[in-house]
Design a protein around this ligand. Structure first.
Ligand code: ADP
Ligand code: ZN
Length: 721
């Protein structure tokens, strides 16, 4: 037999099929050790065939297989080919997506444990061998025992094994993540709205359904029902969540409902746990893959449904080569398996909602919370007034009073800091004005190295501000307040309150997020102060007040999606309030109280927000009406980096010249941040129509062979710094 092999070397020079002679035991999808050049390397068997054009004297032979069962199934092999073609990356890189990282390097494998038990027909033991008798009676009493434990307790174990008195059995041992999270929560009877949603998804002709349901509308129960229906048909399921480490409650629900059928895949697990969970899926011992974006590559077959929860979340875009979108992969898998793909969110991405509104996706709307619970009332507070009144603390009077009564009534509160976009946008604290680019309507960013303000979308530079051009005020704000300071101030105001802080500094460690959230859920604290992490889909029944400090900070992030992001954040954070019991409330502090984004968010008017936003995008020629494409060129050696830039720019320019009508903008420049981690950063920035030859752009980039320089394509990147 002949195996067609892709060697596991991520370089375009060897990115092709090599034929090797092999035995019958080799199957497509297995990893094999093969002679390559002067050494041995691992390869992936793409196909097995009878004959080859390779001359017999040149044909080498597979040394051995690394897998007893194919590591990558047929569907995933063809998916890897599609990914390589779409993103123009070497096959080795797309194949790696389908394996736990440590498996490649051989650092992780199955673990086994030896157990000893008494031999039924016990060979004679010398009655004077006291120690041996003790060991035997221990086994009589305790039954089967791990050998390690026996060896620790008794010195004569080896002799007993040798004589045949103890039988040893080696068994696979599985490492289980989140052992501490118990399965919880009973199953609910679906409300009519939930029923209808499930039926619509299952009956529609369309592959993709978007469930747009307000926070607390019971979307999770819909997903679980769809997954249960898939299992009933003997199928499997993929359930993607943005960051499962942030949502242990979700995991507990799944475990409660599906027990051992659930396997978790995400980077926060130990290598061994990840490997074992992955193997349980591959062997069919678990049928539901749950996890962050990488779980879309789960080694399962016969998929019955794929769910992407919080589909708007930024973590669904990969930030290393290949820079895939989780939706695209999930869609290919849904098509291949003939199953449904379900997207869910209270705040769908504008691009997703448009596809649903235009009929490409089935749109399912859940406008009400479960049990007709009211949405929490949002109070917008004008912080400019507070500044003028001399209030220098991060809290408005309204927020202080409401916090006080929330604590007095024995409820819990969340105080949210909008960290995103703090850094270098410049805002006047007297009037809330933010300086924007004259041609792009995007907030400018301050760069201290050149002492200037820059537009990340066109490269334009402006002089820094000393006074506000709108009101002449001089309270120019460059920096926001940190979580630590907020906690300090809260302690002064409410000395009795127990306060928890959740941010990158307090959540290190494997289950760091979980520990803090658990404490808060167990009511071991009264106030939770945190950044974006507290906004995710947590369900804390006793939270009745949410304070959003600096709600508008993220409006001015230099990103065409900053309005959308702000709307999403506010809606998500507000959604933590009043989910059960007493009615919830939200205090939204801003320097821009008239802002339409905040107004729509406060009114829970997604549709209004969407209509406004999509109109603005069309007028300004932003996605989804155009594509923003950036080719990044980065390297430690500036000369080499510039050479790579020159050659890639040359090829891109040829594309531009041939399709000029498809380009709205085309230029090369320094990236706004010129160096990161010792790497020089240059870019070719393009804004193009949907018909633009994106494939050619990828091809032009793939051709770049300059060593030590990284060149890659970003489509609609969320960060242009
Ligand atoms: P979402 O994901 O839309 O924010 P959840 O799925 O978290 O909403 O549901 C909100 C709350 O309603 C949860 O506490 C959940 O247990 C509860 N819930 C969901 N479905 C039902 C139902 N059919 N009957 C009663 N309670 C339900
Ligand atoms: Zn600009």
């Amino acid at each position: 037999m002949i195996a067609e092999v892709i060697v596991d070397v991520a370089h375009s020079d060897v990115d092709k099929i090599f034929d090797y002679a092999c035995g019958e035991e080799i199957k497509a999808g297995m990893r094999v050790a093969v002679p390559f050049g002067r050494s041995t390397t691992t390869g992936f068997v793409m196909r097995v065939k009878e004959t080859t054009d390779c001359p017999p004297e040149k044909l080498k032979t597979v040394y051995r297989t690394e897998d007893d069962v194919p590591a990558i199934n047929a569907e995933c092999l063809s998916l890897a080919e599609k990914i390589s073609a779409r993103y123009r990356c070497p096959m080795a890189l797309s194949l790696r997506l389908f394996l736990p990282a440590e498996m490649r390097t051989g650092k992780v494998g199955r673990t086994f444990r030896e157990y000893g038990r008494l031999n039924g027909d016990l060979p004679p033991v010398n009655p004077r061998a006291r120690a041996q008798l003790a060991c035997i009676s221990y086994l009589e009493e305790h039954g089967e025992t791990p050998m390690s434990e026996l060896r620790e307790k008794f010195s004569c174990v080896s002799a007993l094994v040798k004589s045949g008195a103890i039988l040893v059995e080696k068994r696979r041992e599985l490492r289980t993540p989140y052992k501490s999270v118990a399965g919880g929560e009973e199953k609910h009877v679906l409300t009519p709205a939930q029923e209808t949603a499930v039926r619509t998804v299952e009956e529609t002709e369309k592959t993709v359904s978007l469930i747009h349901g307000v926070t607390g509308s019971g979307k999770t129960e819909i997903y679980l029902t769809l997954i249960a229906d898939a299992l009933k048909e003997n199928k499997t399921a993929i359930f993607l969540v943005p960051e499962i480490s942030l949502t242990p409650q979700m995991f507990s629900k799944l475990r409660g409902r599906f027990g051992g059928e659930v396997a978790i895949l995400h980077s926060g697990l130990s290598a061994g746990e990840r490997f074992d969970e992955w193997e349980r899926l591959r062997m069919g011992d678990a049928r539901i893959a749950v996890g962050a974006r990488s779980a879309v590559f789960a080694p399962i077959e016969n998929i019955g449904c794929i769910v992407i929860d919080e589909e708007h979340d930024g973590s669904y875009s990969s930030e290393s080569t290949p820079r895939y979108r989780t939706f695209d992969i999930a869609y290919l898998r849904a098509k291949h398996n003939g199953c449904k793909l379900i997207l869910g969110s209270a705040t769908p991405a504008v691009e997703t909602y448009r596809r649903a509104a235009e009929g490409e996706f089935e749109l399912i709307t859940l406008p009400d919370r479960i049990n007709a619970r009211p949405m929490p009332k949002v109070n917008i507070v004008d912080m400019r007034r507070e500044v003028r009144r001399g209030n220098a603390t991060p809290f408005s009077n309204t927020l202080r009073e409401k916090l006080k009564s929330c604590l007095e009534s024995g409820n819990q509160a969340i105080v949210f800091l909008n960290r995103r976009g703090y850094s270098r946008t410049v805002m006047c604290r007297d009037c809330g004005n933010v300086v924007k680019c004259e041609s792009c309507d995007v907030a400018l960013t301050y760069h201290s190295d050149e002492d200037c303000l820059k537009c990340h979308y066109c490269g334009a530079k402006y002089k820094p501000l000393t006074a506000c051009p709108a009101c002449g005020g001089t309270h120019i704000n460059y920096m926001g307040t940190g979580t630590q300071r907020v906690v300090g101030e809260l302690k002064k105001l409410y000395p009795q309150a127990r306060i928890l802080r959740m941010d990158v500094d307090t959540t290190s460690g494997k289950e760091g997020h979980y520990k803090i959230l658990k404490q808060f859920a167990d009511r071991k604290a009264d106030i939770l102060v945190g950044t974006q992490m507290v906004a995710k889909g947590h369900d804390f029944p006793s939270v009745t007040l949410v304070g959003i400090l600096d709600a508008d900070m993220s409006l001015h992030f230099p990103d065409y999606r900053s309005g959308e992001r702000t709307f999403q954040l506010i809606t998500q954070v507000a959604g933590r309030s009043g989910r059960a019991g007493a009615e919830g409330e939200v205090v939204l502090q801003t320097y821009d109280p008239e802002n339409y984004i905040l107004r729509f968010a406060a009114a829970y008017d997604y549709r209004g927000f969407y209509e406004h936003e999509i109109g603005m995008r069309e007028a300004m020629m932003f996605p989804p009406f155009v594509k923003i494409v950036r080719v990044m060129v980065t390297g430690e050696n500036e000369k080499e980096t510039l050479e790579a830039l020159r050659s890639v720019y040359g090829r891109l320019q040829a594309i531009y010249a041939a399709h000029e009508e498809e380009f709205l903008f085309f230029n090369r420049m320094h990236s706004p941040i010129k160096r990161i981690q010792n790497k020089y950063r240059y870019q070719v920035l393009m804004r193009m129509t949907q018909n633009a030859p994106l494939k050619e752009v990828y091809a032009a980039v793939a051709e770049e062979k300059q060593k030590n320089v990284l060149v890659y394509v970003e489509e609609n990147p969320s960060n242009l710094s």
